[in-house]
Design a protein around this ligand. Structure first.
Ligand code: B12
Ligand code: SF4
Length: 677
């Protein structure tokens, strides 16, 4: 490190205290070793930056004396596919083609020859051990490659780790393929596995699952530097970018979140992060660092120290990462981190309804969120945002609050919106382990969750997601724009949000395109259409009013035609649509017109024919594992770390049978309604 940087690190370390206690150190002992390791990332994963997790692990294994190479088949496949005749872009956030057999049907035909060439490359490296990193998107692809590689290298030992294995699913099919499955942080586990293989120790039964203790926290401050081996940074979308990390775990415990249970929180010392960033800036010319933390502002003091260190270094280093909205980040604070290179904060907003935020346990107020937006705009930090629509206790007015918020902050450095496909309960979340406390039923309906009051289910969430897509299509000021443009002497971080197409589900004409109005936040009662005796249908028939009212308040009079049909929605969302919204056969056509004075007219035709036995009981308590157990502890349900007994399950299933016998939400509705807003 240059003297100037060393001086700066020394200055910062003066006020940088040891941030956490009771950490497990990662000791790396060098020895001459014979076992050869290939670390591989197969598609599909993000293509912005080279894979940090594998570079971290390679840093460890190489320092321990193991010959190691990283193969990034993901980035090469991505670059190859850009020149191929593939009819879809497989690396966009949709990416449903990678699941449920899609890999074999939709992907392999286009990439088989290319994949064979990659197999040749790995075979010619002739590794003893192949370590795969896995995301849910790469599960199927990994298994294909593992089988093919095993044919070519019959003695090779496979280990797999990564985000998809934080919680090893009970029915994880990789159990039949891999020798070692690492669940949790990999730095110590990979050394343990490599040392066993080096010593000729064979697992007693296959696979050996190495599960990190739920309470263990590795000390992430003194690792060897990430080692990218021979990876060419120019292959990535941001060639002057790389990742880093500042903490693991999360200080918050949002009720819907899995990843907060992956690890117990701990912070990296700011000086350690600084020296890594400066090293890559110096040796690879890296200017943009994406912090991979669940949230980069978990420890505000350490982040401030880091930023001051960047300022003192005088280097052109920019950084970004996920963040929580936090009222303590005032204008002064944000100015300090902006001066210290903060390019963007990727906010997990989720909702702008206080009641939903409280139910999620976000520990933030809508006022604080708006204040953050005001202040980042003043200091020049960009905001990337993430939303989660259709929480079980989200009313139409709550959803309306979120859309109003998006409109109100649209010109406050709002750089991107990641809208997602609505809330999905997972076993390793607080809500998953205590659903009824959050208005989430233990039954599903048409293969989608349903709220206890039966007012929110698949088609309701679909309506909100489609409404949000339409509304944000119109936000011309929010572009998918590079936040660091080539003109700024650097390659941009282009943030893709979603496919910007309406798939024919709406047509919209404003009476005067030029009208744009600022609005104050308001509450509104959207229970306009009444449908006695069918609470599900009544709620659904009113789903589009929040969008219609907001369009009118912000853009004046308009005419809109809006459609729902399984055909359109399947084409739009593919298999992810089924996963996200279930298979409720909802058809509707709404023709809505409103003039500037607020006189409106709605022609609506809608129907839904309920299928056979649509309610199904699901038991999340039977899942086990380090991540689920952490969620169970915090969920505080009556089963604790245990589970329902077989008798309790039987009883619950019988209740569900009763529900199937007594409830039929089928409906057919056609009407013309008028009103005045
Ligand atoms: C940062 C991040 C992103 C960044 C990625 C930037 C980048 N270039 O990598 C961005 C914002 C782009 C992103 C996007 C998405 N993300 Co994301 N993301 C994360 C996050 C917060 C951190 C991932 C990370 O790199 N951590 C740091 C590294 C060091 O940790 P790691 O990869 O887990 O590796 C450690 C261990 O797993 C293990 N390990 C890893 N590999 C291996 C291999 C071997 C052999 C061994 C022994 C061990 C081992 O050792 C490592 C060191 O301890 C995680 C949540 C989390 N906290 O983990 C979600 C997460 C990975 N993302 C997730 C998802 C779903 C997505 C999206 C699909 C979201 C969406 N619908 O759009 C997209 C898809 C990306 C794409 N197609 O472009 C899911 C993946 C779920 C799964 N089961 O696979 C996660 C887990 C979030 C969650 N709540 O579930 N994401
Ligand atoms: S949603 Fe974000 S802030 Fe909340 S617990 Fe998860 S990672 Fe932390």
């Amino acid at each position: 490190m240059a003297t100037r940087e060393q001086a700066m690190v020394n200055t910062v370390s003066g006020f940088s205290k040891k941030v956490n206690k009771k950490l497990t150190d990662v000791d790396v002992e060098y020895a001459t070793r014979k076992t050869k390791l290939a670390l591989v990332i197969f598609p599909m994963w993000s293509v912005y930056f080279p894979p940090y997790n594998l570079a971290r692990l390679a840093g460890i294994t190489k320092n321990a004396g193991y010959e190691t190479e990283i193969f990034d088949v993901n980035i090469e496949a991505y670059n190859f596919s850009q020149q191929s005749d593939m009819p879809y872009n497989l690396w966009t956030s949709g990416g449903w083609q990678w699941f449920g057999g899609g890999f074999y049907e939709k992907i392999l035909p286009y990439l088989k020859d290319f994949f064979e060439s990659k197999i040749e490359q790995i075979v010619s490296y002739n590794p003893d051990v192949i370590g795969l990193t896995e995301y849910s998107y790469s599960e199927e692809c990994n298994q294909y490659f593992a089988k093919r590689l095993k044919e070519r290298l019959p003695d090779v030992i496979f280990m797999v780790g990564g985000p998809n294995l934080q919680q090893v699913k009970d029915d994880y099919s990789g159990k039949l393929i891999y020798d070692y499955i690492v669940s949790g942080e990999g730095e110590n586990a990979i050394q343990a596995v490599m040392n066993k293989i080096e010593a000729g120790i064979i697992p007693k039964s296959k696979p050996e699952i190495i599960e990190q203790h739920a309470n263990e926290r590795l000390n992430i401050s003194n690792f060897p530097l990430p080692d990218y081996c021979n990876l060419d940074f120019n292959l990535y979308s941001v060639p002057n970018g790389a990742s880093s990390e500042f903490s693991r775990g999360c200080v918050a415990k949002c009720t819907f979140c899995s990843e907060t249970h992956f690890h117990k929180y701990r912070q990296r010392e700011s000086t350690d992060a600084l020296s890594e960033v400066i090293h890559f800036n110096e040796t690879r010319g890296t200017q943009i660092f994406y912090f991979l933390d669940s949230l980069v502002n978990g420890n505000l003091k350490a982040l401030k120290e880091f930023s001051q260190g960047i300022t003192e270094s005088g280097r052109e280093i920019k950084w970004l990462g996920y963040a929580r909205h936090d009222g303590r980040m005032d204008l002064d604070y944000l100015k300090t981190i902006a001066d210290g290179g903060c390019l963007a904060l990727n906010f997990g907003c989720e909702s702008a309804s206080q009641s939903v935020l409280d139910n999620m346990d976000k520990k933030v107020t809508v006022e604080e969120m708006e204040q953050n937006f005001d202040d980042i705009t003043k200091v020049g930090i960009h905001a990337m945002t993430n939303f989660l629509f259709g929480f079980p206790n989200e009313t139409k007015n709550d959803f309306y609050q979120t859309l109003q918020f998006i409109w109100r902050v649209r010109e406050k450095n709002l750089n991107s919106l990641s809208l997602g496909h609505g809330f999905m309960p997972n076993v390793d979340t607080i809500i998953g382990q205590n659903p009824e406390k959050h208005n989430l039923s233990n039954n599903t309906y048409h293969d989608h969750w349903i709220s206890c009051d039966h007012k929110v289910a698949g088609p309701h969430v679909l309506s909100r997601v489609k409404s949000a897509f339409l509304f944000t299509d119109l936000l011309e000021t929010v572009v998918i724009n590079p936040i660091y443009s080539p003109e700024n002497n650097s390659k941009g971080v282009a943030v893709d949000i979603r496919d910007d197409q309406n798939f024919g589900y709406y047509s919209l004409t404003f009476h005067d395109e030029s009208v744009i109005k600022e609005i104050e936040r308001e509450d509104f009662d959207f229970d306009i259409i009444k449908y006695d005796g069918n609470i599900f249908a009544e709620s659904l028939l009113n789903e589009m009013f929040p969008l219609f009212r907001l369009l009118w308040r912000t853009r004046g009079g308009f005419d809109i035609k809006f459609k729902f049909s399984p055909e359109i929605d399947w084409e739009h969302f593919g298999i992810e649509g089924f996963i996200s919204f279930g298979d409720c056969p909802y058809n509707a056509e709404l023709n809505f017109s409103i003039n500037d004075d607020g006189n409106w007219n709605l022609d609506i035709e809608a129907n839904m024919i309920q299928g056979h036995m649509p309610f199904r009981f699901v038991d999340f308590t039977s899942s086990k594992g380090r991540v689920v157990d952490r969620a169970k502890r915090l969920a505080k349900n009556k089963y604790g770390l245990g589970q329902r007994t077989p008798e309790e399950i039987l009883e619950a299933e019988m209740e569900t049978d009763d529900t199937n016998d007594t409830i039929d939400y089928s409906f057919e509705y056609s009407d013309t309604i008028t009103g005045k807003w």
